[in-house]
Design a protein around this ligand. Structure first.
Ligand code: A3P
Ligand code: MG
Ligand code: MG
Length: 380
């Protein structure tokens, strides 16, 4: 058993086998060999339209239109009059992924499972964004998290719960912060097209309800994972490699004027960018660097496979192996803890910086997240 599990004191008994109570997040414990991470395979995709309606297809996929090196994009344009913002007080939990699973069930069943029960041949189902938070946990000093886990027909479903602190931040955003959150989407509008032949339309409306999501399957150590993540755009070359290798992640960041700022980009931002794109196998991030007035003055491409080399020059920097080993050990911890197979039971895992991961159990509570329509269709 890994020594980063903490157990309650007292001898274990046969009736009451030791169950780990907490998981350490100390970096040193995870400086081991890089765990097995199978090349992620895209097993499907889905789209959410301007009204956040689900479609089991790629209608919202956009194409990357390479900008000039010094494009002078004005990211503030349209904030007041051409912006439809998704209502982020609506908690969608895993609903879109569950809809995708029901529409694509046959793809997920092994020969044995098709013959017997109808269980999915998966250990974990979740959002890529939840896994990104797990990967960055050993280095996170500001934001904690809450992850609800339910075991249903052998599969563990992981769905995030907003922390009190995150809720307060969401309710108290400054006008400047609200506007800066728009900048990232505006950059996408300048660098994406709806069709292979068309040009970007900076005069259009930015609607953050719209999304294209890839669904990938992979394995981390002995955990079979299925997760979905939003994808910004793809290479427009029809000869580009198959998904997810043709996908491009877009980011904006403050312009870099000093070596200290470059170092901070490597030490803090590249960790988040790497984790988000490495998980689904997206090979490159295109970053737009903007000034304080929201004008993009420089564009740079980062290849995910080269980021680990870039950061080796930084003193006391993050390590990909720590991220992946922590995630793998967290998933093992969850498998050991979440034993009751019941769609109404939630094991709530919680973490705050400088603390261990702990959990509590909740029956038929506000935390239950598997909808009846899903439970009934899987059971029938
Ligand atoms: P930037 O990342 O360029 O700032 P993503 O890059 O993941 O596709 O997200 C697109 C944009 O959504 C981001 O652009 C940012 O503006 C906004 N965004 C993403 N995650 C966010 C978060 N946790 N809080 C606030 N805004 C977020
Ligand atoms: Mg995106
Ligand atoms: Mg992006």
């Amino acid at each position: 058993r890994p020594n980063n599990y903490h157990h309650q004191s007292g001898p274990p008994s046969r009736q009451n086998p030791v169950s780990p109570q907490a998981l350490s997040t100390r970096r040193e414990l995870y400086e081991k060999d890089f765990p097995l991470y199978k090349q992620p395979v895209e097993v499907g995709c889905f789209s959410l339209d301007s009204k956040r309606r689900f479609f089991n297809d790629s209608r919202q996929l956009r194409y990357y239109a390479e900008p000039d090196r010094n494009p002078n994009f004005d990211l503030r344009d349209g904030y007041k009059d051409r912006f439809i913002k998704r209502d982020d007080s609506v908690k969608e939990k895993l609903d879109h992924i569950l809809r995708w699973i029901l529409a694509n069930r046959s793809k997920l069943m092994t020969r044995t499972t098709t013959a017997s029960s109808c269980a999915l041949d998966l250990n974990f189902v979740t959002w890529r964004g939840h896994l990104t938070k797990l990967l960055t946990t050993p280095y996170e000093t500001r934001d904690g998290w809450l992850l609800a886990v339910t075991r249903f027909r052998g599969t563990l479903y992981i769905s995030e719960v907003e922390t009190e602190a995150a809720r307060r931040e969401r309710d108290n955003r400054t006008e400047r912060h609200e506007e800066m959150m728009y900048w990232g989407y505006k950059f996408e509008q300048y660098t994406c097209t709806d069709n292979v032949q068309s040009l970007p339309d900076p005069g259009g409306v930015v609607n953050t309800n719209e999304a294209f999501c890839t669904v990938v399957q992979t394995r981390l150590a002995d955990h079979k994972l299925l997760f979905s993540g939003e994808v910004d755009c793809r290479d427009k070359d029809p000869n580009a490699p198959a998904a997810p290798a043709c996908y491009v992640e877009l980011k904006t960041s403050a312009e870099i004027c000093t070596p200290k700022q470059r170092s901070n980009l490597h030490r803090f931002k590249l960790l988040k960018w790497w984790a988000q794109s490495f998980l689904p196998g997206v090979p490159r991030v295109v970053a737009g660097f903007r000034d304080h007035e929201g004008v993009v003055i420089d564009v740079e491409t980062f290849h995910i496979s080269k980021i680990s080399h870039l950061i080796k020059n930084e003193h006391n920097c993050w390590k990909p192996t720590v991220c992946m080993n922590f995630c793998s050990d967290f998933l093992s911890f969850v498998k050991h803890v979440v034993t009751e197979d019941n769609p109404g039971v939630v094991y709530l895992f919680s973490w705050e910086p400088r603390r261990d991961v702990t959990y509590s159990v909740h029956r038929d509570s506000q935390y239950s997240f598997l909808p009846h329509w899903y439970v009934e269709e899987i059971t029938s």
